[in-house]
Design a binder for this molecule. Structure first.
Ligand code: DGY
Length: 321
């Protein structure tokens, strides 16, 4: 049985989270105030049993090949694992832990925020207040779209997708979804399944992307899908930017084919497509879906508990491979 006691925290944590790793493992950590280069990550991994990373640390084949043999676990402070070559780690017998479930609710809150912010033109409204350019109430001012009572299409009805649906029902929205497979009736709770994204799009006043990024989902929200959305549709993304074809979405937003977008994630973060910075109908946030203190701490806890389980020879609930 391996003891996972030498831990290196490569990412920059809030103090409350770092403390968990320092107290429980005497962890050493990245104090550079920036994301480490791959070479630095590998250098700091020397002699460590486990490394704690996050979505901005890329663990590709190359990095895996350079990891010291002491490393037996990679813990990612994220539910997404698209930055990690899982196959390469599996081949090396290195365990991967992630942070499932603990961030479902905060991400679902953020999805509603995206829908509301985009539909009610929050960017333009806030600018009037902040820039002192508001000339007073008018019936024509910033007319937006209702969220209440509309059809919500959820792409990816996993745990986050279902938490979004729960909230949306409170807005009397009709829930539609597309998923790799249909959910059992007790968790579908009345949501209508579509066996293709094309079919979902035609029923989505709001299309909310909540599926993981993978080879099969990258780029799937493209011109073909966007052209099937109803007029005045709003596209929201709480998952990963590269699920969307940026040029296609931007074209639809600029031409008025759809009304707006609420985006928490972007391809190439933080160097996002420049058009997203200036379009008035884009309500953009800097990847803050899970960014609440309670969730941040819970994400740290689940990784610490997972490492402790590995040391005890048990299979952690958050082990990906
Ligand atoms: C996640 O947990 O995957 C968040 O998007 C942060 O990377």
């Amino acid at each position: 049985m391996h003891n996972y006691s030498r831990v290196y925290v490569a990412c920059r944590f809030p103090p409350e989270v770092l403390e968990l790793f320092v107290q429980r493992f005497g962890a050493s950590y990245n104090d550079t105030g920036r994301v480490l280069t791959s070479a630095e990550l590998v250098a700091n991994a020397q002699g460590m049993d486990a490394i704690i990373i996050t979505a901005t640390d890329r663990i590709d084949k190359n990095v895996v090949a350079q990891l010291p043999s002491s490393v037996k676990a990679i813990c990612t402070y994220s539910v997404g694992t698209d930055h990690i070559d899982l196959e390469a780690l599996r081949e090396q017998g290195i365990a991967v832990l992630s942070t499932p479930d603990v961030l479902n609710e905060s991400c679902a809150d953020a999805a509603l925020l995206l829908m509301l912010g985009a539909a009610r033109r929050v960017i333009e409204g806030a600018a009037l207040i902040r820039e002192g350019t508001w000339t007073g109430w008018s019936p024509q001012q910033l007319i937006g779209h209702d969220v209440w009572g509309k059809r919500l299409g959820i792409l990816g009805m996993g745990r986050i997708g279902r938490a979004i649906a729960t909230r949306a029902r409170g807005f009397n929205m009709q829930i539609h979804y597309h998923n790799r497979s249909r959910l059992a009736a007790d968790i579908e709770t009345g949501a209508r399944y579509h066996d293709s994204l094309e079919a979902l799009a035609t029923h989505s006043d709001f299309l909310c992307i909540a599926c993981p990024a993978s080879q099969s989902t990258r780029g799937i929200v493209n011109a073909n899908i966007i052209s099937r959305l109803p007029a005045h549709a709003i596209v929201c993304n709480i998952s990963r930017g590269d699920i969307v074809q940026d040029e296609d979405l931007i074209q639809a937003l600029q031409s008025g084919a759809i009304a707006a977008a609420g985006l928490d994630v972007f391809a190439g973060e933080p160097d996002i497509h420049p058009a997203y910075r200036t379009m008035p109908n884009v309500f953009g946030l800097p990847h803050i879906g899970s960014s609440t203190l309670d969730t941040r701490i819970a994400m740290g806890e689940i990784l610490c508990t997972g490492l402790e389980a590995l040391s005890a020879g048990a299979k952690p609930i958050n082990q990906v491979c």
